[in-house]
Design a protein around this ligand. Structure first.
Ligand code: NDP
Ligand code: MG
Length: 400
């Protein structure tokens, strides 16, 4: 007699950063599987209209905004429409949404350091954590991974490259890559909108040019990071923590088509790659359903349309951010937190027209040179390094 299929229990999901690019893609995948997933909480920073639209559609138990004034507005709108969502505000509400018993899964899709505390809260509550917010891991790598192990959280990478590597590694890959015959992780990079440009040509780049990514549609901050290659630098650090790799075990490979999302090389000469259309719903669906597979709404790859795949080394002269990130990882301790904080300030200044494109790497290097490196075994040390680096970056900006 054929066994009847096991129907998984409906899982509660909290989406941190629900109004962003990753957040909306996550809700798109969840909406395709109403019997598998229900939305527990949705959070946003200040986009109250967007959050209202999402609450109407997904009927979460809880919605969170940063400011009480915005929360009050949303509360009134939802009450008028008879939507029974509890609307809350502030940092504590964000943490509570992440650690709530009703949430089995937490999508960490806030951009930047603001995501660190709620993501860590989800880890400490032993959730299945879908990690898009790479900055949280970059800042606090050692204590983040230690908390994952100690609290039995299930950490699934959503960043497309790390999700690809996860799919290319053996299911059990803890204890160092060499133990599993893996010699190198090949982290692919599109090269961003300015691939092939000289350092001189990059000086006059505008925010709208930098945000026009050739293959991916993403939030502004990660789009600028992709253009400077800081995104690949942050991803190199992310890969070291996620897969217990040293920086020299991670090779960045520029691959302009963004079809191979990354690879793992083995000691028998095999290179295993994960391919697909550049659509974040694939890694999101993988993270939600792992170890099963579910429909993500993504078209399957047409290799005849792709026709060719190209590879080249990154240009670290025109794009020094990659080198700065590798050096920060090698320095260890609070150095990656300093790198991340200085970069966040620099990117915001670039987007606001206060800093040139090439000024981003210059500002990060200046802040890095002026900040001492401390051990990063306590959260307080990480948060202090973050605050000091932001302060130093603002001071440098003001002096320009
Ligand atoms: P977006 O800018 O599109 O969205 C960011 C989300 O975070 C929004 O919901 C925003 O709310 C919220 N948010 C911003 N600041 C705060 C804050 N201070 N406190 C609370 N919430 C805040 O970003 P993306 O979706 O592009 O990226 C999210 C994360 O995922 C980043 O870490 C990025 O590096 C990573 N990632 C993204 C990829 C992509 O394809 N987009 C790919 C791989 C990784 P509001 O709308 O109210 O501002
Ligand atoms: Mg990525």
């Amino acid at each position: 007699m054929a066994e009847s299929p096991v129907v998984p229990r409906c899982q509660g999901v909290t989406v941190l950063g629900a109004t962003g690019s990753i957040g909306t893609s996550t809700l798109d995948v969840i909406g395709r599987h109403p019997a598998r997933y229900r939305v527990h909480a949705l959070t946003a920073h200040r986009s109250r209209e967007s959050l209202l639209t999402l609450c109407r559609r997904h009927r979460p138990a809880v919605a969170v905004l940063e400011r009480e004034a915005d929360a009050g507005w949303l509360r009134e709108c939802l009450a008028e429409e008879g939507v029974a969502t509890e609307v809350r505000s502030g940092a504590e509400a964000l943490v509570e949404a992440a650690e709530a018993a009703e949430a089995d899964v937490v999508m960490s899709a806030i951009v930047g350091a603001a995501g660190l505390l709620p993501t860590l809260a989800a880890v400490r509550a032993g959730k299945r954590v879908l990690l898009a917010n790479k900055e949280a891991l970059v800042m606090s790598g050692a204590l983040f991974m230690e908390a994952v192990a100690r609290h039995g959280a299930t950490l699934l990478p959503i960043d497309s490259e790390h999700n690809a590597i996860y799919q290319c590694l053996p299911v059990e890959h803890r204890g160092g890559l060499a133990r599993h015959g893996v010699t190198q992780l090949l982290l692919t990079a599109s090269g961003g909108p300015f691939r092939g440009w000289s350092a001189d040509a990059l000086v006059g780049v505008t925010p709208s040019q930098a945000c026009a990514h050739p293959n991916w549609s993403m939030g502004q901050k990660i789009s600028v990071d992709s253009a400077t290659l800081m995104n690949k630098g942050l991803e190199l650090i992310e890969a070291c923590w996620l897969f217990d790799a040293s920086p020299d075990q991670v090779q960045v490979v520029v691959h302009p088509q963004s079809v191979i999302h990354s690879m793992a090389a083995y000691n028998d000469g095999s290179v295993i790659a994960q391919l697909g259309n550049p659509d974040m719903r694939t890694p999101i669906a993988y993270g939600l359903a792992w170890p099963e597979r579910i429909d993500a709404g993504v078209q399957s790859l047409d290799l005849f349309a792709v026709a060719r795949l190209d590879f080249e080394p990154p240009d670290e002269v025109a794009f020094p951010c990659l080198r700065l990130a590798r050096e920060a990882m090698a320095a260890g301790g609070t150095a990656p937190a300093v790198l991340n904080a200085a970069n966040e300030v620099a990117v915001a200044a670039f987007l606001a027209g206060r800093l040139s494109f090439t000024g981003i790497a210059e500002l990060v290097a200046r802040v890095r040179d002026a900040q001492p490196v401390h051990p990063a075994t306590e959260l307080e040390a990480v948060l202090a390094a973050d605050a000091q680096a932001r302060h130093a970056a603002e001071r440098h900006l003001a002096s320009l």
